[in-house]
Design a protein around this ligand. Sequence first.
Ligand code: UD1
Length: 388
Amino acid sequence: MTAPANESLTGPVMCVVGARPNFMKMAPILRALAAHTPPMPALLVHTGQHYDQGMSGQLFDDLGLPLPDLNLEVGAGSHAVQTAEVMRRFEPALDEHRPSCVVVVGDVNSTLACTLVAAKKGVPVVHVEAGLRSYDRKMPEEINRVVTDQLADRLYTTERSAEANLRLEGVPGDRVCFAGNVMIDSLLSNLPKARAAADTLRAHGADASLVAHGAGYGLVTLHRPSNVDDEATLRALLCVLAEVAARLPLVFALHPRTRNNIDRFALNGLMDPSRTAVLPPQGYLEMLGLMAKATLVLTDSGGLQEETTALGVPCLTLRENTERPITIEQGTNTLVGRDRAAILNGLEGVLSGRGKRGRVPEFWDGHAAQRIAADLWRWLPRAPVHAG
Ligand code: UD1
């Protein structure tokens, strides 16, 4: 960390990451802060919500993220325990480093926890990817989004619908800035370095027929508690995926939550190894390569809905709702829930060449982080000073 370059900044910009989807959002922001004229000093805090090499360390390497200045090492726990533990460990870090603001991204527990601490300490909170709403409070992320946006002082949005959501919740319009999608900044800058899908599959010993005949494959990721924590639900989903696999070979990158539940419920037998390559969590460059070459992506991830839209790859989202409606309206995304007929129908559409191609939304252009850095520089001197 270097000293603030300009008196507008009273301290570093404290950037918080915690879980896998945060890393690709923060990497371009850190680069844009450093590249700003004058540079804006940053301090990177990793809460340690995700801690495995596959879920965290590998992504730091792939994205060229600097090692965190601080790692709070909170690890796993119930929502309450994880959130509380991040708060407990983040407070002394704020006291020690006295940042000019705290930047949080996305909607994970670490986003919420650090927002709560900073807001109560009177440190301005900046939320990147603000205003997305699924309107489904059963999703822990929705609660994290709503609370974070109420407390944030500067809110950067990725799509126009987010501004309308924030307005409905009474967030003053002058706090909100449409900056575009930082995750797509990462995607565009890393695509040339993406690892070839065939190499990734081969490295994991995937069945040769999946790699060799070039008939295409569907890429699957599943990790939402609503899809994978209940035995009957997970079983039903794996059964539909087996039907999909009979038509289109699948590559399934397994999140640890899903891996644990498949083992716990003894559902491994539902995945036919000759039609489904089961992979551990993949690095960022591996996932980009796998997504870019996929015939179809089946997912419950938020990020993949956006990345497939940017790549022009059809995506079937195994959820009832999405907080990212632009991926449906303009992009390649279709909501199919857990409905067997809708999933198989979506598959047939893609296989018969009727998959959505879509177009790339406004400001998903690789320059969102630059816009954020430029705006932050102008905004910070007039950031509200709260009682600490
Ligand atoms: C979290 C985010 C979710 C995001 C997802 C991406 C919240 C509320 N949820 O969900 O929005 O889409 O990350 O992955 O913040 N585990 C490991 N190794 C790790 C991390 C987790 O084995 O490195 C295990 C944990 O022990 C736990 C499970 O995976 O059993 C879930 O981890 P957790 O951080 O609770 O949430 P995610 O489901 O990953």
